[in-house]
Design a protein around this ligand. Structure first.
Ligand code: PGA
Length: 249
């Protein structure tokens, strides 16, 4: 059985002070969520140190980053290495988010380099794939997301592949309030899972206007194991409600 993972992607939101305030409010609200559910928050790089301090050890909530460079060090202005993330207790890293593909030249080949580097250092990549509205309307959704998945995971052994987390995020559903129908999301996610044998037990998360009041409908789908949540992860009470609604059994 895949694990349940609910990850908050804060994007370019929150200072260190705002991050500490969020965590102080959030931790008590998720204290009773079952331990087999992984709750992750991914603040901006500048707030990771504050988040690591505020999460306390052993942390109920895991720390994620929104990007990483695959090289260990070097002349890469503006980039952040895996060692820098490890220093702040990061164990999950979002890779291939559509906003980075659109605005920051992220392509399948760099996604693959990042996934390999993260897995080699024992971190968990959250690999995001998804189709544009044009691709959906052209009827090539499955082809597109399967190609992205295969490219992101190319060259990895089955044993290693079992340590990834995937996220299906239809681009037209991100930040728009227009979420993908849960049945259709589950169908696409089943196609993603089916494209490589070793993905049988990896968590696949839905992302795109997931909210506290629609999360249960997604979690009811057999191939949906959690969420990658943007807007609804920014407020501690709202995100805690989403996590609870996702995990009530
Ligand atoms: P959203 O973002 O929940 O605000 O649609 C999801 C994401 O981009 O990961």
């Amino acid at each position: 059985m895949p694990r349940t993972v609910i990850a908050g992607n804060w994007k370019m939101h929150k200072t260190s002070a705002e991050t500490r305030t969020f965590i102080e409010t959030f931790l008590p609200l998720v204290a009773h969520v079952p331990r087999d559910v992984d709750i992750v928050i991914a603040p901006p790089f500048t707030a990771l140190a504050a988040a690591h301090g505020a999460l306390r050890q052993p942390a109920r909530v895991r720390l994620g980053a929104q990007n990483v460079h695959w090289e260990p060090q070097g002349a890469y202005t503006g980039e952040i290495s895996i060692a820098m993330l490890l220093e702040h207790g990061v164990d999950h890293v979002i890779v291939g988010h559509s906003e980075r593909r659109t605005f920051n030249n992220e392509v399948d080949a760099t996604v693959n380099l990042k996934v390999r580097a993260l897995l080699a250092h024992g971190l968990t990549p959250i690999v995001a794939v998804g189709e544009t509205l044009d691709e959906r309307e052209a009827g090539i959704t499955d082809e597109r997301v399967i190609a992205q998945t295969r490219a992101a995971l190319a060259g990895l052994e089955s044993e290693t592949l079992r340590r990834v987390v995937l996220a299906y995020e239809p681009i037209w559903a991100i930040g728009t309030g227009r979420n993908c129908d849960p049945l259709e999301a589950g169908r696409v996610m089943g196609a993603i899972r089916g494209c490589i044998d070793a993905l049988r037990d990896v968590p696949i998360l839905y992302g795109g206007s997931m909210k506290a009041d629609n999360v249960a409908a997604y979690m009811a789908q057999p191939h949906i194991n959690g969420g990658l949540v943007g807007g609804a992860s920014l407020d501690a009470s709202t995100f805690a409600a989403l996590v609870r609604n996702a995990t009530t059994r």
